[in-house]
Design a protein around this ligand. Structure first.
Ligand code: BGC
Ligand code: ZN
Length: 366
């Protein structure tokens, strides 16, 4: 079968490869699920991999099949696959596979303390930009057919879901935490999906992001009943004065200096969730005393989050269903930039790196 691969560490090395069809026998104990890949989304992580700055090939291979935002249809199952995963059903696979730490051993590989992590399409494991994939049922999550058109958004949504789960889990320390106002920094796919998840949990949301409104990003936030502010017009401190301070701030801009500004304006007892993987070496000057004192006197928390657990995928499916009911058509508006077929990987990369208006670039594989 055909697949899209890179030579990790080598910039501009994306190419088509011919690889053997995966088979149920690749998975132990009859738990294999063979999936016809339908759609694969791409994001900043794929951009970094394509630029040769991130990612590693699986042991014994000199290339890495890319793509982690997967969505497909089950074509074959092993004898020990649970009945919730049916032939013809739609599925999404989680991204990270267990390594060696205690967390990995109890199914919490999203919290691994290992230095090396195994992520399909990213690090040491082949991904999904291919005609077929095979997966252990333990990592496969079923979706209802009503999510056929938007299911490719599940994986990016889970990144937001995990971040929010961490925030709510941590805030149980407060016994009666009832967050009212949230800020989402950034209006890319993760920012928009975080705003959605927060609206579904009943919070007032202000999204602070670079593009000047009106634009698709601002319209999407407003369609959720949220407010949108461009950082070209207002600083975070001004937003804080205008809308009041936020109990929860979700950072998804990729611009790390904003973290420290967000920490300064966070409400007392608030939680700041950091979700941007920033590979550069940007420096920032911070109001160290002010920031530190605010955290101490305000009992504030800052938490980093990466990847997602199976439970975040399950919660994500619920939220996608809710989103379709409460904001019909909203999710589909994120799917701005379809690419037809694996052969067009060069166009996919071009859209991913040059089209700044695109929200989600994805490949229609089949
Ligand atoms: C993926 C996560 C992954 C992270 C770091 C993100 O793009 O969605 O699953 O953990 O990159 O590699
Ligand atoms: Zn991703």
């Amino acid at each position: 079968m055909k697949a899209v691969a890179v030579y990790p560490g080598k910039p501009d090395s994306m190419h088509l490869v011919e690889v053997p069809m995966p088979s149920l026998d690749d998975v132990p104990d009859g738990r294999g699920v063979l999936v016809k890949v339908l759609r694969v989304g791409v994001d900043g992580t794929d951009r970094e991999i394509a630029a040769g700055r991130y990612g590693q090939a699986p042991p014994g291979s000199d290339f890495l099949i890319t793509g982690h935002e997967n969505f497909g249809q089950v074509v074959q199952v092993g004898p020990n696959v649970p009945s919730t995963i049916r032939l013809g059903g739609y599925v999404v696979a989680t991204v990270r596979r267990p390594g060696h730490s205690l967390y990995d051993q109890i199914g919490m590989q999203d919290m691994t303390t290992d230095d090396q992590y195994y992520e399909r399409g990213i690090n040491l494991r082949h991904g999904y930009l291919a005609e077929y994939s095979v997966e252990d049922a333990a990592y496969v999550v079923p979706l209802p057919a009503t999510l056929r058109e938007v299911g490719v958004l599940l994986e990016p949504l889970t990144v937001a879901e995990k971040g929010l789960r961490q925030a709510f889990e941590i805030q149980r320390r407060l016994r009666i935490w009832q967050p009212r106002r949230a800020a989402v920094l950034g209006s890319g796919t993760i920012g928009l999906l975080a705003a959605l998840a927060l609206r579904l949990r009943g919070l007032d949301v202000v999204c602070v992001s670079l593009p000047l409104p009106p634009c698709l990003n601002s319209e999407l936030i407003e369609a959720l009943g949220g407010r949108y502010v461009s950082t070209r017009e207002s600083s975070l401190a001004e937003v804080n004065v205008r809308f009041g301070s936020c109990d929860l701030i979700f950072e998804a801009t990729g611009y790390s200096p904003l973290v420290f500004q967000a920490a300064e304006v966070l409400a007392k007892n608030g939680v700041l969730v950091l979700a941007s993987v920033t590979g550069g070496d940007t420096k920032a000057e911070v109001n160290a005393d002010h920031l530190n004192q605010g955290f101490v006197l305000g009992n504030k928390v800052m938490v980093g989050t990466v990847n997602a657990a199976r439970e975040d995928f399950i919660q994500g499916v619920d939220d996608l269903i809710k989103a379709e009911a409460l904001f019909p058509g909203w999710l589909a508006r994120l799917l701005t930039t379809p690419i037809q077929g694996l052969d067009n990987y060069a166009e996919m990369l071009r859209q991913l790196t040059e089209n700044h208006e695109a929200i989600k670039v994805y490949v229609q594989v089949a």
